[in-house]
Design a protein around this ligand. Sequence first.
Ligand code: 2X7
Ligand code: FE2
Length: 308
Amino acid sequence: MSRVFRLEPSAPERDQAKGGIVAGYLSPHPPHLIYADNPPQNEPRSTGGWEVLRWAYDEVRRRVRAMKPDVLVVHAPHWITMVGHHVNCVPHPRGLSVEPIFPNLFRYHYDFRTDVELAEALVTSFENHGLVARAMREEGVRVDYATIGALHMVNPKWDIPVVSISANNNPYFYAEAELGQMEVLGRATRKAIEQTGRRAVLLASNSLSHLHFDRETPVPEDMSHEHPYNNSQYRADMALLETVRTKPSSALKTAIPEHIAQTEAETKSGSLTWLLSALDWPATTGDVLGYGTIIGTGNAVIEWRCHD
Ligand code: 2X7
Ligand code: FE2
């Protein structure tokens, strides 16, 4: 019987073996997307809607599957913690997640696995970087719809382990756009991922312009009523996306706070800044896979790849 000895791993094997962040996505979570997707986990049924954004997510699904990551790490603005940054360390979260404003659209039965080793490493790394951090170990704490929304849209099979990080709520209350701490949180995230040798894909679960209509149409997915909240919100989103598409990501260090000031964007919760900092502000442009409004809010699906 012949035996084959290979001294050097092939290039793809080398890439697979090496830990680190592989890619990051701006992955917005409005409940309408899951409602329109009609997965078996969600109770309400729809006739579709918001297709362009959902096609963008189809492309993300293809790309992420091809990357074969060990873990998806998500930062989500609707898991709000008033003190510090919490990391979900529950090994097997299961339950029903309900969107409080749109329970007619989102009643989602979730059941997934946490990468507990990485989750705990994140808590330690956050503390080592001078941040207040907590491991959340309470079984049965309901997982918020922004965490579920991004994760479902990127991986509806839920066959990749997850780590989810809360949004410390202080930026909403105390500052114009106090994003400095999110830079530190991103660096600390990168360090923990490298130390644990994980190949990770990161998800920033944020909409862009965030004003939404206060009346729902009788058929929520009636796209003849869907449009930007107003032209200035739309123009500000386009200005931000133009920067994403044409400039190295470091240009977003000033563009994101400017956009927040113009639109009260959901990125004020810090998810996008956390993502780009974790990726070490790549010198590349972002790949805008789709943009669309949802009950007037602006939403973009964007990929940044990591090249080493
Ligand atoms: O959480 C959201 C959102 N970010 C945008 C639109 C509608 C509902 O929920
Ligand atoms: Fe939201």
